[in-house]
Design a protein around this ligand. Structure first.
Ligand SMILES: [Zn+2]
Ligand SMILES: [Zn+2]
Length: 395
C-alpha cells in the first residue's frame, strides 16, 4: 500500500506584511518500495545550506509584493539559495547524493512568446522562488527540478554560494550594458548588486569604476573593493533645490573630479531607484553611452529628461533577473577568483536566527551596531560535511 513520509522541515515563513516566523513546514513525499522518500520525477531533494538575504526580501517582508501580489498562503522566503543533494529521483542520472549546487530561482514556462523568442527571464508565466505563492530557500529541505540546478566547484564555500544568484543578476546587467575592457563605468548605488557589477567591470579591464552611494561606510567599502573613486550623496544646497538642479550640480562635480572621464561614462548603472540618481545617470553618460536601470521604485513617477536621451543618442536599457548561463558564468567567475564575493559578506546567521538576520538587514546594522553589507543565512552544519537524509515519520 503506498504511504507517505513527512520530512521534519522547518521554514522561515511569510504570512503577510510584517509577518515572518520560523515554523514547522512538513515536506511530504511518497515512499519507495523499500520505505525511503521517493523524489518526484525530474527532481532532486536538496538539504539547504545557504540563503542570501536580498533587499527585495526585506521589501516583501515590510511592504509586500512590488507588483501587488497578495499573500494568500504562507510561503518560505529567500531566492538566493544553495545546498547539497540528499536524494535523487529514479530517472535522474547526472546528479547524485552529495552534489553541491546552487538553485536558480526562476521557472519559466518555455511555452509563451517571450520564452520561445529566447527571453526566458521575461516569461509571462514566470514563477520565482521566495515570492508569494512560490516557496523559496529559507527552509531545511527543498524538492528542486534538475533544470534549476547549477553545480558548485569544490573551491566555493557555502557562504560564497549564497551570492551566486546576485552575481548572476549582475552578469545579466553586464550583458545588457555591453560591458568590456577599457570602459569607464559609473555605478549609482553601492549595494551588493552595484558592487558586484563594479568588481566584474574591474576584472573585465574597465579603465575607471566610480561609485555614488548614500551611506558613509558603503562609500569607504566601495573604495577598498572595486571603485577607483567613490562619492557620497551631498546634501541639498537648500530646501528649494529641485532634484533636477541637484542632479545637474552633483553630476557636474563628479565629471570635474574624475580625471580623464571627459564628457561622461561609457556605462551608467542606476542601482538605487531614486529619482535624482536616475537623472544623474542620464547626465553622467557620455554621448552615445549606455544607461542601465536596475534599481526599482514605487510611488511617484520619476521625471526623466528625454531630450537628454535624444540629443546624446543614449542607449537606455532595462535589466531583470538573469539570462541563460548567467548562473554557470557566476560559478566560474567566483571559482577563478575573478570576482571576490566573500568580502561582501558582513554577516552570517544560523537559520534559527533568521529573524535576527532579517532585522539586521532592515536596520542596516546588527544589535552590536556593526554595519550590515551582505548577509547570508547558513543552515545546519554550514561548511561541514554531508548530512544523512533524515527519515521522517510515516503517515
Ligand atoms: Zn535578490
Ligand atoms: Zn514563458
Amino acid at each position: 500500500m503506498p504511504s507517505n513520509i513527512s520530512l521534519p522541515n522547518q521554514a522561515l515563513l511569510m504570512d503577510g506584511v510584517d509577518k515572518l516566523d520560523i515554523r514547522a513546514y512538513p515536506l511530504t513525499l511518497p515512499t519507495t518500495a523499500d520505505g525511503n522518500a521517493a523524489v518526484p520525477t525530474g527532481c532532486v531533494l536538496v538539504r539547504v545550506k545557504a540563503t542570501g538575504i536580498c533587499g527585495s526580501d526585506i521589501h516583501l517582508w515590510k511592504h509586500g509584493s512590488a507588483v501587488g501580489t497578495v499573500v494568500t498562503e504562507p510561503y518560505a522566503m529567500g531566492h538566493e539559495c544553495a545546498g547539497q543533494v540528499v536524494a535523487v529521483a529514479e530517472d535522474i542520472a547526472d546528479w547524485k547524493v552529495g552534489d553541491r549546487i546552487a538553485i536558480k530561482p526562476g521557472v519559466a514556462c518555455f511555452a509563451c512568446e517571450d520564452c520561445t523568442r529566447g527571453y526566458g527571464n521575461l516569461c509571462a508565466n514566470m514563477r520565482y522562488s521566495g515570492t508569494p505563492g512560490v516557496d523559496g530557500g529559507c527552509q531545511t529541505y527543498r524538492v528542486v527540478p534538475v533544470t534549476q540546478l547549477v553545480r558548485l566547484t569544490p573551491k566555493i564555500s557555502w557562504t560564497e554560494a549564497g551570492l551566486i544568484q546576485p552575481l548572476a543578476v549582475s552578469i545579466q546587467m553586464a550583458r545588457q550594458a555591453g560591458l568590456r575592457n577599457s570602459q569607464k563605468v559609473m555605478i549609482l548605488g553601492g549595494g551588493c548588486i552595484g558592487l558586484l557589477l563594479g568588481a566584474m567591470a574591474k576584472s573585465f579591464g574597465a579603465s575607471q569604476v566610480v561609485v555614488f552611494e548614500k551611506q558613509t561606510h558603503r562609500v569607504e567599502f566601495a573604495k577598498s573593493y572595486c571603485a577607483d573613486h567613490a562619492f557620497q550623496n551631498p546634501p541639498r544646497n537648500n530646501p528649494d533645490e529641485t532634484t533636477q538642479a541637484y542632479a545637474t550640480r552633483v553630476s557636474k562635480h563628479i565629471l570635474e573630479s574624475v580625471p580623464g572621464v571627459g564628457r561622461g561614462f561609457d556605462i551608467c548603472i542606476e542601482a538605487t531607484g531614486a529619482e535624482e540618481c536616475m537623472q544623474m545617470g542620464i547626465k553622467l553618460c557620455r554621448p552615445g553611452g549606455t544607461y542601465i536601470q536596475v534599481g526599482m521604485y514605487r510611488g511617484k513617477l520619476p521625471e526623466i529628461n528625454m531630450m537628454e536621451v535624444c540629443v546624446k543618442q543614449l542607449n537606455v536599457r532595462g535589466t531583470i533577473r538573469y539570462g541563460t548561463n548567467c548562473f554557470e558564468e557566476a560559478v566560474e567567475l567566483i571559482d577563478r577568483g575573478l570576482v571576490d564575493v566573500k568580502r561582501l559578506v558582513s554577516h552570517t546567521f544560523d537559520f534559527n536566527d533568521s529573524l535576527s538576520a532579517f532585522e539586521a538587514v532592515y536596520n542596516l546594522h546588527d544589535v552590536q551596531g556593526k554595519e550590515v553589507f551582505k548577509t547570508v543565512i547558513l543552515h545546519g552544519d554550514g561548511d561541514q560535511g554531508l548530512e544523512s537524509v533524515v527519515h521522517g515519520e510515516s503517515s
